[in-house]
Design a protein around this ligand. Sequence first.
Ligand code: PLP
Length: 661
Amino acid sequence: MNSDVNSPTLETDATWTTADAEALYRVDAWSDGYFFVNDAGHVAVSPEADRSRAIDLKRLVDDLRQEGLTFPVLIRFHDILRARVEHLNAAFARAIEEFGYANRYTSVYPIKVNQLHEVVEEILDAGRPYGLGLECGSKAELVAALPHLESDDTLLICNGYKDPSMLRLILTGQQLGKSVIPVVEKFGEFEGLLRLAREMDVRPRFGVRIHLSTRGAGKWAESSGDRSKFGVTIPELVRIIERLKAERLEDALVLLHFHLGSQIADIQPLKQAVKEVAQVYVQLHARGIGVRYIDVGGGLGVNYASGYSDHAGSINYSLQEYANSIVYAVKEVCDAAHVPVPALVSESGRALTAHHSVLIVEALQAYRKDEIQPDFRPAEADHQVIHELYATLEQVRAYRTAPPDRLPARLLEAYHDAAEKRQESNLLFSLGYLPLEQKALAENLYWSICRAIHEQVDFDAELPVPAELLALDDRLIDQYLCDFSVFQSMLDHWAIGQRFPIMPIARLDEPPDRRGVLVDLTCDSDGKVSHYVDADEEKDFLELHTPRPDEPYFLAFFLMGAYQDIMGDMHNLFGRTTEVHVYFDEEEPNNYYIEKTIPGATVEEMLSLVQYFPNDLHRRMNGLIRRKIEAGHLRPKAGMEILARYDAMFKQMTYYNPQDA
Ligand SMILES: *Cc1c(COP(=O)(O)O)cnc(C)c1O
């Protein structure tokens, strides 16, 4: 990679170890043991959270480069998906055992979180021993999910608003003997379901989504509570019960469902909601309605930021506490009412898929405010303002070896001098008294002074740092131009400010010497990573290394596998990245094998999504060139070469190609 400067600014620290890198990037807080820094200073991936059995991510990326894959690459670690499924089910099994809960737990995977077929199949496969099922929320998802119910007992829970054709397909599934359960959102939907069932002569089974009075905490709190758009209210539920009794369909209502919203930050409202729904369950039981399942929805959180704190992006409970809380709360309510406990269902999505995918992005350029050459001396002919700026620089440099009394005040004074001279140079330039080259020198000197001042500010000092010097901290952050699109790969960052852990995949045995902000390839000013994972919520830069010439600098973006993995949009027509599906295998070189590679989007593919087609574009381009040839502006041979070059672009990948010299 190219770099415009090589001089490190942060102190180099001889005692730096890979453990310091783990601490700096807060790997412990978000990795759940699946990622760590190995002795070589590389990121390593261990599906079993066992450091002795791991894939070296740097080596994997080197192999992918050798094979000529185009970056960015999204790597799916399928073993992590499997591990998450096992982890979730084991936690509920432990809770059931501990509290002597006399029924079972089933997880259903809500496919909206990541519908990619391979992801769904892997989760189903890993979940087979536990009877894992699926959840769908739309017609297309239902059509995708239904044929995957191999066993008749496998649950398929259907949420969302359902039109008659969707309800009909659900009832057809029931006729086939499959456990397809529509969850009724509104009284009207219930009536529609009964009508269709009568028409089709099926004895329907269904669930209801309970409109909770408990509100969740966190970003999606509006999914529940009085103002939520979701769920059947208690008066509606009473009417449903009356209708069921009148029609002798008491066994049709089999499931009670609620969903507090995604990424539940605080466990307390969840416990409250579970108790509320368990109360509905025992009351229905007393009225002869034999509900079989309580479905607690999704919302099991993932620690994106610092562990167990109340910062945005983190959660205050463990997976085990989540399972314990649900099992215990339902049992407590049922025991008090002497009602047998129901089977439990959860629709955890994020917690299953977030960890498995890692985006690998190359930093193409590191931009830093231009500075003066270290050995610069002003020449006699240079403008007065250059001489003055240089004098200020020399003065600040001298403070390094001989700090004066009241250093902060002196630094501030120097900063004011520099700012004044810079303004003067702007004025001189606009009046035509300062040539372009002299103006460039003035800019470079100004930034050199700023950096020399910044270096000497003690940001941890007891006395408050002057505001202008504090602001310097921001203004001197470098920009790292990265080969990706925030709108494709980090949509949740752009849309809802979600922070994702990001770190270099190598050189972690060296202390990072620069502070950078990552910007993407799109021409959108929002196309950057504005917030980074830290103990400090305000962190808006990432510690990075000064790139070395001719050595690519790769960054890994973690916890990419939920929601936005599938939501990426077409901003600037970048589109899908290349994908590789990796499995851990100790018998293979470098401990892995690649099961599948899915190439990223080509120019042609992206264009066709917005109704441009190669034939038509070729015809137009051809016409344009022919007219130039006819007018004598272009030799026919050169014209045909231009056309060929244009046509070749259709097959190109949309992202930056560093190999394209
Ligand atoms: C989105 C959604 C889920 C998944 O939530 P996670 O937070 O990803 O676990 C589950 N159930 C319903 C009804 C949903 O809308």
